[in-house]
Design a protein around this ligand. Structure first.
Ligand code: ACO
Length: 322
């Protein structure tokens, strides 16, 4: 038994902040941001709207694309680092919005790898026959935990949500997932301000923002993502040429190019959204997947490699036949 993606959906907030807007606010430039990261604009969630609001839009779109109704969803696996509340968890809040009560619903925190982690967990539930249909979500409001005056992080991140519906299938589907973490790198990217640290999400104490040692993370990302790509191919006895599309985490164009090079894939076979979305953390992979599916580049039967790396560090990949 396999799990297969039968629908994708995504959501981006209406507010768009361009590099030129940022030039007005801080000591940076469009050219610096584009050359170092590939980012041109990012979407920011307006005051009064929340992570679960975006997740609901993305989920309804994915469920509709699957030809289902929300009541068909038996489980929710929700990756996020910026939940609405400490509890109930974001998966439960989303379940109530969708009205598909009763099955397991949880949020899982693995920074930018959160969607790959959430997908791997849901895949195992479907494969083992625990549920037939699962909703997997990545939704993030990183703008609320980034210091908007810090040019080293504010330029990088955006908000958004993506979702997929998995269904049990005798044909693949998800072929394999590969998850990793190494806490000895915890100092390279982190955000203080958790509840046991004294501040509740949404009420961050002064100075509790995302901190990142950018160039160290950059080098580590190229190394670890290259390694997980090799691991994924080797685990399945595949050559690089078997991959039709790379759907990478969208943190930095140069990291994406390095992984594509490792796979000997031309950039025309890589779904790139970093220019329009910035780094949307857990949302970036499902957002890119939905873009590639809806614009017709990704077709049924194509072999996809999804990968991401985030704070922790956590990293992972998923190989699947779409
Ligand atoms: N505008 C202009 N100059 C800037 C800016 C800016 N926005 N930010 C930094 N600079 C300056 C620095 O101060 C530094 O100046 P100096 O040489 O005078 O000291 C210079 O530019 C170079 O800074 P670096 O940090 O070395 O620049 P780098 O080329 O490494 O690019 C970047 C920085 C874009 C952050 C890059 O390192 C990167 O993308 N890293 C990986 C990020 C990532 O993948 N994160 C993973 C996921 S995030 C998560 O999980 C939450």
């Amino acid at each position: 038994m396999f799990s297969r993606i039968i629908g994708t959906g995504s959501y981006l907030p209406d507010i768009v902040v361009t590099n030129f807007d940022l030039e007005q606010r801080m000591d940076t430039s469009d050219i610096w941001i584009r050359e170092r990261t590939g980012i041109e604009r990012r979407h920011i969630l307006p005051e009064g709207q929340s992570n679960v609001d975006m997740a609901e839009h993305a989920s309804r779109a994915a469920i509709a694309a699957a030809g289902l109704t929300p009541r068909d969803i038996e489980m929710i696996s929700y990756g996020t680092t910026t939940p609405d509340l400490i509890f109930p968890n974001a998966g439960v809040l989303l379940q109530d919005r969708l009205g598909c009560h009763g099955g397991p619903a949880f949020a899982l925190e693995a920074a930018c790898s959160g969607f790959i982690y959430a997908l791997a967990v849901a895949d195992k539930f479907v494969r083992t026959g625990s549920v037939r249909r699962a909703l997997v979500v990545g939704s993030e409001v990183l703008s609320r935990i980034v210091d908007q005056n810090d040019r080293s992080t504010a330029i990088l991140f955006g908000d958004g949500a993506g979702a997929v519906v998995l269904e049990a299938s005798e044909q693949p589907g998800i072929i394999s997932t590969h998850l990793h973490a190494d806490g000895s790198y915890k100092h390279l990217m982190y955000c203080t301000g958790g509840p046991s640290h004294g501040a509740a999400p949404g009420a961050m104490a002064a100075g509790d923002f995302v901190r990142m040692a950018g160039s160290e993370v950059f080098k580590l990302a190229v190394t670890l993502l290259g390694r997980v790509v090799d691991e994924t191919l080797a685990a399945n006895g595949l050559q690089k040429a078997a991959i039709d599309w790379l759907v990478p985490h969208q943190a930095n164009m140069r990291i994406i190019q390095a992984v594509a090079k490792k796979l000997s894939l031309p950039m025309a076979r890589v779904i790139v959204t970093v220019q329009d979305h910035g780094n949307t953390s857990t949302a970036s992979v499902p957002l890119a997947l939905d873009v590639g599916v809806r614009d017709g580049r990704i077709k049924r039967g194509d072999m996809l490699l999804l990968e991401a790396l985030g704070g922790g560090v956590t990293w992972g990949s998923a190989l699947l036949r779409y």
